[in-house]
Design a protein around this ligand. Structure first.
Ligand code: MSP
Length: 526
C-alpha cells in the first residue's frame, strides 16, 4: 500500500478528554475535565483554528461486567443505558465535542485489534505464566513491592486475590531509555512541569515491568478479543487508550490508517487528526498516558501527541468525594439551580489546571454573587439600562476612552489562551470588568444625565460602556457561551460572538438599536 496523499486535508487541532468509566453517574471531577477541554476547543476555534474535540466512554472490563451482573443485566444492556445518561451529560455541559466514542463500538474494536496485530507482528508481545496478586477493583496485577510495611495491600486495591495465569505481555522495558530521552527533549510534552518531573522521576528510579495486555476469557469476557488468540481479551487500558487513534482512523486519518496497514477510507470524509495536540487528563492516570501510551504509539509506528495536560482533583469540603458517604457534588443539580455558565465559571476560576481544589457551596455562592451577579451582571445591566433610559437604546458615536484598557486585556487573553491558562484568562477578563465598573462610578452617568450641557460626555461614557460589554461577550465566549450570546442579544446584535477577532474595539456601530436589558445572573438572597 502506497503512502496516502490527501492534498485537500489540513491537520486539525485535535484534543481529547479521558474517557469515563460507565460504572456510575457523572460527578464534578468528570464535569471539570470536560469543561476545561471544551473551553480550549472553543477558544481555538475562536482564534481561527479548525478543531476536533473528542470525548466518550470506557466501557469494557471487569468492574463494568460486575456492576451489570449486580443489576441483573447484560454488560451491553447496562452500558447502553448508562451511555444515554453520559451523552445527555455532555449536552447538559454544552460541550462542543465533534464525536463521542464508546469503546464497545465496532469502529473502535477494529483499530484496537489492528494495533495489537501490529505490535505483535513486530515482536513486542510475548506469552508467559504469571504468578502473583490481582486487584479487580483496579484491574491490575500487584507485586510484593506493592505491599505496605504491615504486609497488607492498600485498601484502594479492594479485594486482592492470588493468581496463576498465562498471559500476553508487552515489552515496555526496551523503550524506557528512549522515553526518558523523549520527555527530556520535549519540555512541553507533559504539563504542568511538576507532573513532568514526576514522570521523569518514576522512569529514572524504576525498571519498567512489561505490561500484561491480556485477560483470559474464562475470567473476563467483557472485552475486545486479541486478534491473535481468541482465548483472551485485551486489558482495559490497552483498549481505552487506543480511542485516541481509533476515532481518527474512523474519520479516515491517513497517519493512523497507513501505519496500521488499513486501506484509506473512500469516499468518506477524511480528516487529518493525528498526532493529537492535547490530551487533557487527571493526575491519577498520568502513568498510563505519559508512560504506557507513548510506548504503545512508538510500537505502532505512530508519532507522539504534542501535549498531555494534567489537572488536579476536586474534593468537597476538604474530603475526598465519595458516593458511599454522600459527599459528592452533583453537577446536574448545581446547573439546574444556578445555570450552566455559573458552574463553568466557578470550576475554572476557582482552580488552576494542575493543583487540587476544594468545592464548598459557600465558595460557589460567594463567587456567584461577587463576580457574576455584582461584577459582570451588574456592569452589563446598568450599562444597557442607562443607554436605554437616556438614549432610547440607540448607540451614540464611537469613543475610545476604554479602548486601550480593552486592548491590553484582549492581548493578555489571547496569550493566556494560547498557553491554556484558563484561570489567568478569567482573572484578566475580570480586571476589565472591575475597571469598567469603576468607570461607571467615576463618570457617574446618572449625574451627567441631569445636565443637558453634559450630553456629549454622556454619549461618550455610554458608548464606552456598551462597547466594553460587547468586547467582554467575545472574550467570554469560550467560557460562558450562553451568557455571551445573551449579552450580544441585549446589545441587539444577532451574531454569535464566537470569533476572537470580533473583540477589536469599535465593533459597535453608532445608531445601533439595542435589545432589552435583563439580569444575566439573578441575585439569590438566601
Ligand atoms: N476510564 C479511565 C480513563 C481512560 S482514558 C483512555 C478513567 N475513568 S474515570 O471515569 O475514572 O475518570 C475519568 C477522568 O475523570 C480522569 O481524568 C480522572 O482524573 C477524572 N476525575 C475523576 N474524579 C475526579 C475528581 N474528583 N476531580 C477531578 N477529576 C477527577 O480513569
Amino acid at each position: 500500500m502506497g503512502e496516502p496523499n490527501y492534498p485537500h486535508m489540513s491537520k486539525r487541532f485535535y484534543l481529547t478528554t479521558a474517557i469515563d468509566y460507565v460504572n456510575g453517574q457523572p460527578h464534578l471531577g468528570h464535569a471539570y475535565e470536560k469543561i476545561i477541554t471544551d473551553v480550549i476547543a472553543r477558544a481555538r476555534r475562536s482564534l481561527g483554528e479548525e478543531v476536533f474535540f473528542l470525548t466518550g466512554l470506557d466501557e469494557h472490563g471487569q468492574k463494568v461486567e460486575q456492576a451489570a451482573v449486580a443489576q441483573g443485566k447484560t454488560a451491553r444492556a447496562y452500558c447502553d443505558e448508562l451511555a444515554q445518561t453520559w451523552r445527555a451529560f455532555t449536552a447538559k455541559l454544552n460541550l462542543t465535542n465533534n464525536d463521542f466514542v464508546r469503546t464497545t463500538e465496532p469502529r473502535h474494536r477494529e483499530i484496537v485489534q489492528a494495533g495489537l496485530s501490529k505490535v505483535n507482528a513486530s515482536g513486542q508481545v510475548y506469552k508467559k505464566i504469571y504468578r502473583g496478586f490481582y486487584s479487580t477493583k483496579e484491574e491490575t496485577f500487584l507485586t510484593e513491592k506493592d505491599r505496605r510495611s504491615d504486609g497488607t495491600f492498600d485498601p484502594s486495591y479492594g479485594n486482592v486475590v492470588e493468581l496463576e495465569e498465562e498471559n500476553y505481555f508487552f515489552k515496555l522495558r526496551d523503550h524506557q531509555s528512549w522515553l526518558i530521552d523523549y520527555i527530556e527533549k520535549n519540555p512541553a510534552f507533559v504539563r504542568p512541569d511538576y507532573r513532568r518531573n514526576e514522570v521523569l522521576g518514576f522512569l529514572k528510579n524504576n525498571v519498567l515491568e512489561d505490561l500484561c495486555i491480556s485477560r483470559p476469557v474464562s475470567r473476563l469476557s467483557w472485552g475486545i478479543p486479541l486478534p491473535f488468540d481468541p482465548n483472551y481479551v485485551t486489558y482495559v487500558w490497552f483498549d481505552a487508550l487506543v480511542n485516541y487513534i481509533s476515532i481518527p482512523a474512523a474519520h479516515g486519518d491517513p497517519v493512523v490508517r497507513s501505519s496500521l496497514n488499513l486501506q484509506p477510507l473512500n469516499p468518506d470524509p477524511q480528516l487529518s487528526l493525528w498526532p493529537a495536540d492535547l490530551h487533557v487528563i487527571g493526575k491519577d492516570i498520568l502513568k498510563f498516558h505519559a508512560v504506557y501510551w507513548p510506548i504503545m504509539l512508538k510500537a505502532m509506528g505512530l508519532p507522539m501527541p504534542r501535549q498531555i495536560l494534567v489537572h488536579g482533583w476536586w474534593q468537597k469540603d476538604g474530603q475526598k468525594m465519595s458516593k458511599s458517604t454522600g459527599n459528592v457534588v452533583d453537577p446536574v443539580a448545581v446547573i439546574d439551580e444556578w445555570g450552566l455558565d455559573a458552574f463553568r465559571f466557578y470550576v475554572l476560576r476557582e482552580l488552576d489546571i494542575g493543583p487540587d481544589g476544594n468545592w464548598t457551596d459557600a465558595g460557589f455562592r460567594a463567587r456567584y454573587s461577587a463576580e457574576l451577579a455584582n461584577g459582570l451582571g451588574n456592569l452589563v445591566n446598568r450599562s444597557l439600562s442607562m443607554l436605554k433610559r437616556y438614549r432610547n437604546g440607540v448607540v451614540p458615536a464611537r469613543s475610545n476612552e476604554l479602548a486601550s484598557d480593552a486592548g491590553k486585556v484582549i492581548e493578555s487573553t489571547r496569550a493566556a489562551l494560547e498557553q491554556n491558562e484558563l484561570q489567568a484568562v478569567l482573572q484578566s477578563i475580570w480586571s476589565l470588568i472591575t475597571r469598567a465598573n469603576q468607570y461607571v462610578d467615576q463618570t457617574a452617568p446618572f449625574k451627567l444625565a441631569k445636565d443637558p450641557a453634559q450630553a456629549k460626555r454622556l454619549d461618550e461614557v455610554l458608548y464606552n460602556l456598551a462597547e466594553i460589554c460587547r468586547v467582554l461577550a467575545v472574550l467570554l465566549w469560550p467560557f460562558l457561551p450562553d451568557t455571551s450570546v445573551k449579552i450580544y442579544a441585549q446589545l441587539g446584535l444577532p451574531a454569535v460572538p464566537d470569533k476572537f477577532s470580533m473583540a477589536n474595539w469599535g465593533g459597535l456601530a453608532a445608531g445601533q438599536q439595542i435589545g432589552e436589558p435583563a439580569p444575566l445572573f439573578p441575585r439569590k438572597d438566601a
